[in-house]
Design a protein around this ligand. Structure first.
Ligand SMILES: NC(=O)c1ccc[n+]([C@@H]2O[C@H](COP(=O)([O-])OP(=O)(O)OC[C@H]3O[C@@H](n4cnc5c(N)ncnc54)[C@H](O)[C@@H]3O)[C@@H](O)[C@H]2O)c1
Length: 363
């Protein structure tokens, strides 16, 4: 069971029992306002920061070496989803055979203690069993129960230094995770409760968070992102996430932005095609879920909610990706969608439909 602490003052408690720490952080670390709290920790540590956003498998391998060479027993991950996911993979791979691809080996709990401090709000990665890395240009979804961090420390003041565009993108990732987990075919009573609170909280606070940068809104959005992460950990993501990965790599669009450009297009299609519902609970159930999501967004019906989502994107100036060679790009995009993710989507999307939806997503 994960422990979630509110505030960086709990770092000491979180580190109890550690004898050598691998601090996994990225190039934003020197600018974080929690840097001093972390550098003051009494347990010796080695820094690993040799990776990029949307991290590569090769980066993780270097991290595994660093962990082993420094004889660490604990990992402290500080950063956005990229840093947290690198740390999760280091934990999972650090006891595997070195002569084979880690991705092909059977996963087991290594028992390494993992503490996560998210600095974006966010992916919710601090509370999920997933990590996303890229190998030979392809996205790899690493999933294992043991990579849910033992401890997550939520410190909203860290969001003060997050650049405005990153704030918009990461908040939209959290918002989309809240919505997607709500309509996922894997949703449960518990996950829908988490989704509802996440969606309502983002709706209540997003303007203040983005345009006024207040402490209260940062605290609320960080909480919402974590709830959405917990929900997604139960349900997995759905079509908007599946559509997003190629958008990110083709148009260099950050993850949250890439997810958010697809969500209203896909939602609109699903509202119009409830007859293609694949959720075992049926089309009437799904219509009810769409209605509840709309209500959580302060709207009377899903069509108004989709419109509100689009206005929110426009108010933040988050634009659609612009096609250059439209037909060729549509082919690449529509072939990229992972059918496994679509199994979680409540409405069936055929190959033909996927291409049409991408056509709407592109400018
Ligand atoms: N594991 C999961 O459950 C999960 C869920 C969703 C997304 N992801 C993955 O997470 C990654 C995206 O993570 P992200 O959106 O958090 O972005 P990120 O970790 O890639 O960070 C984005 C940028 O913001 C900077 N940054 C982060 N926090 C900062 C702060 N407080 N102040 C100043 N700069 C800061 C980073 O240095 C980086 O340049 C993608 O690889 C995505 O696939 C993982």
């Amino acid at each position: 069971m994960q422990t979630i602490y509110q505030g960086i003052s709990h770092l000491g408690e979180a580190l109890e029992g550690a004898s050598k720490i691998l601090l996994v952080c990225d190039s934003s670390f020197p600018f974080l306002n929690i840097k001093d709290d972390i550098e003051r920790m009494t347990v010796p540590y080695t820094v690993f920061d040799q990776f990029t956003p949307n991290p590569l498998y090769e980066d993780v391998c270097k991290g595994v070496e660093c962990f082993q060479n420094a004889h660490c027993d604990t990992i402290l991950a500080v950063g956005g989803g990229s840093s947290l996911d690198v740390a999760k993979c280091i934990k999972l791979y650090c006891k595997m055979a070195k002569d084979k691809l880690y991705l092909d080996q059977e996963c087991a709990d290594t028992g390494v203690r993992l503490i996560a401090i998210p600095t974006t709000a966010g992916t919710g990665s601090e509370s999920t069993r997933y990590a996303v890395i890229y190998h030979e240009g392809k996205k790899q979804s690493v999933t294992h129960e043991s990579i849910i961090p033992d401890v997550a420390i939520l410190e909203p003041k860290v969001l003060k230094t997050l650049p405005l565009y990153q704030k918009k993108c990461t908040m939209m990732d959290a918002f989309c995770q809240g919505i997607e987990s709500w309509w996922s075919v894997n949703s449960t009573d518990a996950s829908r409760k988490l989704s509802k609170e996440a969606v309502e909280t983002v709706m209540r606070w997003w303007r203040e968070y983005i345009f006024e940068n207040t402490d209260a809104s940062a605290e609320a959005v960080m909480h919402a992102a974590n709830l959405a992460g917990q929900a997604i950990c139960i349900t997995q993501t759905t079509a908007p996430h599946a559509f997003s990965y190629k958008i990110t790599s083709m148009y260099q669009m950050p993850h949250g932005h890439a997810v958010a450009v697809g969500l209203p297009v896909i939602w609109e299609y699903m509202v119009d095609h409830l007859d293609r519902c694949i959720d075992a609970r049926g089309a009437a159930y799904l219509a009810g879920v769409f209605h509840e999501i709309a209500q959580a967004m302060g709207c009377d019906n899903p069509i108004d909610a989709i419109e509100k989502f689009r206005r929110m994107m426009a108010d933040m100036d988050l634009k659609q990706p612009v096609a250059v060679d439209r037909d060729a790009e549509l082919d690449i995009l529509s072939n990229s969608v992972n059918p496994v993710r679509l199994k979680n989507n409540p409405v069936e999307l055929s190959n033909n439909v996927i291409k049409i939806l991408y056509d709407y997503i592109l400018f």
